[in-house]
Design a protein around this ligand. Sequence first.
Ligand code: ADP
Length: 314
Amino acid sequence: MGDFAPTEGYAESGSAAAIALENLSHVYRNGRGAKNVDLRIGRGEVFGFLGPNGAGKTTLIRTLLGLIAPTGGRGQVLGLDIVGQSRELRRRVGYLPGEASLYDWLTGYQNVDFALRVRGVADRSRLKRLAGVLDVDLGRRLKTLSHGNRQKVAIIAALAHDPDLLILDEPTSGLDPLMQETFQNLMREENSRGKTIFLSSHIMGEVEALCDRVGVIRDGRMVAVDSVEHLRKQRMKYVTCEFAGSEPVPDLAAVAGVRDLQVSGQGRRFSFAFTGSLDSLVQSLAGRGLSDLTVTDPPLEEVFRAFYEQGGSR
Ligand code: ADP
């Protein structure tokens, strides 16, 4: 275990979870990094970790894998302490780094084989199966492969020992859209086999398609952790409305929570993004000859944009 004083209940909740972080930080000397992260990811969950470049995703991942030491807080991964048991932890986790550390002069097969030997795994059947699924020639030297094919080799190296927890930093970077879909199917299959998946991404569609819950990180802090469904529902609505007749239309630009207002239909049709109480919005619209009203959930992309533009207030 690490050198922190035990807190009641932490050890039990930590070992039952795939990932349990408590006030975990790794702050660089320049004040950047990952700060005071509390996070609990259950076994079998698919968790997406969203944030633009520089938000602190890689720092948090490297800290929870014990590759860099926390500057504060603590964590357990698969019940193992991220400081005191980090070697064992890394043996058991499948980690795909953002910048894969593969050996250029070795073939794809040799790279994956090496990763398996380090872990003492003799079985090569998954290696072969994954190479088939991802359609990559493992006989070629890494230096002759495209970025996308190198990424496939890195994915195979992360998965070939059949780990219970996959930690994937921007897994589909460099993969073409068809291969991104293949990758997503592979993740669904792994998850149906009980595997926990923690992936960082800036591709909303991917996170939306795969994840049960997402965490949004900004300036090193986790500013929201919620289900994809709930985030989309809660944060914002897309609204379109139209007014028939000749009565004056409401001044929507003045209604609190309305943004990106677009006007068409001779000034009688409006579309906008809305955050706030639907009840009070409907009251502002009523009694003016409202003839059409649609309210839809925005794509995750928009929710995410709002987090960054509006300062991420909940
Ligand atoms: P992300 O993975 O979300 O792109 P990173 O975790 O790589 O973000 O970086 C988070 C912040 O920490 C950035 O501002 C980055 O410049 C800074 N940073 C990353 N690595 C170091 C380092 N070794 N020393 C100092 N600052 C760093």
